[in-house]
Design a protein around this ligand. Structure first.
Ligand code: HEM
Length: 404
């Protein structure tokens, strides 16, 4: 291998190229070896996939199993105390993101109706209302304020709580536990304690819904006798977590990115009809859910390499979305770009179930924020903004903003 692209020891995470760009080692690696060997911190060898075509191939090929995680987005080898997987992981009931067909198919199918484009369109008005209400609350505050706490986190949390039928008053429980669960460097013990607390809470909730169902997605699932309480809790866990962490980080990091690209921001403000394309471009450019793990169930040819059966394969969606072989000037944020084929929502059978919901939330939130706060600005220097390099979903911990 060339000197500029040596085998990575662990996953490069430091954002040395700037807060929005992939680590420079990842970019160099993609150019030299889009499918590269890597060594995990425990000495175990695996593969890192950074090229667009190869990433799509991995995600489209079910011989790369999703049973690499123990719990959603739970990352082996990075979590201190985590034993190395020698075979596909045991499955947690209901967590279909970490399952393969036919188990994955059976559970995902039960939710498809609730997340269709048509169903999401019907919910749009309610989502806009929630967003406007949060903007009213924001406008009452005296700046500087933390946009994460006051806007980016509440909007998707309120939306997913209402959809699922989770009381928003209980948000402290799920927000603090899911945030612990999302930390990279937390011990296995602490991670398991956070998962245990979430499951305890959700098991009680879905048991109540099975006894007295209401008008929400979890109640609809609870009416289905084919699903056990354990499966219902696992599905609730996945939906609740996936439904607020990702979108919240897109809203906060997306706002930061727009503020740091004032010419793009001005153009977007001048022509709000650009918003749907701009959201797609922000998804591509930021790819906050970057790293995903797969497990090779047999020897598989990929990008001129043979991935041996039993290997851990890591894909970087951010690297794929910045691949110059796919996107022109990939490192430029361009709100006029007509993005096609970006992979920030994944690809293949696990492609994001909530993508239409997320798009509607982001369009409403960015549109409302830019309209209601025409003088929005960072309240600190850009380099002082705390980046979530220690979390599974990237973004900012806080975004201090101000307005005139
Ligand atoms: C799956 C990203 C919002 C629910 C995924 C995957 C990605 C992703 C990359 C694929 C995982 C894999 O292949 O292993 C995002 C991003 C979002 C977002 C960037 C926000 C901007 C949402 C929302 C929901 C949601 C709002 C609401 C319910 C799910 C579920 C899966 C999933 C249930 C698992 C699908 C499966 O395994 O079949 N998401 N997501 N996501 N997402 Fe999202």
């Amino acid at each position: 291998m060339s000197q500029t692209a040596s085998v990575p020891q662990g996953l490069p995470m430091e954002r040395d190229a700037g807060p929005f760009d992939p680590p420079s080692q990842i970019t160099r690696l993609r150019e030299a070896h889009p499918v590269s060997p890597m060594v995990f911190p425990d000495g175990h060898e695996g593969w890192l996939v950074t090229g667009y075509e190869a990433v799509r191939q991995v995600m489209a090929d079910t011989r790369f199993s999703n049973r690499q995680d123990v719990g959603v987005i739970h990352v082996p080898y990075e979590t201190p105390g985590m034993p190395a997987a020698a075979e596909p992981s045991p499955q947690t009931p209901g967590l279909f993101i970490s399952m393969d067909p036919p188990d994955h198919t059976r559970l995902r199918r039960k939710l498809i109706g609730a997340f269709t484009v048509k169903r999401m369109k019907q919910l749009e008005e309610g989502i806009v209302a929630i967003t406007e209400q949060q903007l009213d609350e924001l406008a009452k505050l005296s700046p500087p304020v933390d946009l994460v706490k006051q806007f980016a986190l509440p909007v998707p949390s309120l939306v997913i709580c209402e959809l699922l039928g989770v009381p928003y008053e209980d948000r402290e429980t799920f927000q603090s536990n899911s945030s612990k669960f999302m930390e990279r460097d937390i011990t296995l013990e602490d991670k398991m304690a956070a998962i245990g607390a979430m499951f305890g809470y959700l098991t009680e909730l879905v048991t109540g819904k099975r006894a007295t169902p209401g008008d929400d997605i979890l109640s609809d699932l609870a009416r289905d006798d084919d699903l056990t309480i354990e499966e219902l809790s696992g599905m609730a866990f996945l939906l609740l977590l996936a439904g607020h962490e990702t979108t919240a980080n897109m809203l906060a990091l997306g706002t930061f990115a727009l503020l740091e690209h004032p010419a793009q921001l001005t153009e977007l403000r001048a022509d709000p009809s650009l918003m749907p394309d701009a959201v797609e471009e922000l998804m591509r450019y930021l790819s906050v859910a970057d790293i995903f793990y797969r497990y090779a169930t047999e020897d598989i040819e990929l990008g001129g390499e043979t991935i041996p059966a039993g290997s851990t394969v890591v894909v970087s969606l951010l690297a794929a979305n910045r691949d110059p072989h796919k996107f022109e000037h990939p490192d430029a944020l361009d709100v006029h770009r007509k993005v096609r084929g970006q992979v920030a929502f994944g690809h293949g059978i696990h492609q994001c179930l909530g993508q239409q919901l997320a798009r509607i939330e982001m369009r409403a939130a960015f549109e409302g924020l830019l309209r209601r706060f025409p003088t929005l600005a960072l309240a600190v220097e850009a380099r002082e903004v705390k980046l979530r390099t220690n979390m599974h979903i990237y973004g900012v911990h806080e975004l201090p903003v101000t307005w005139a």
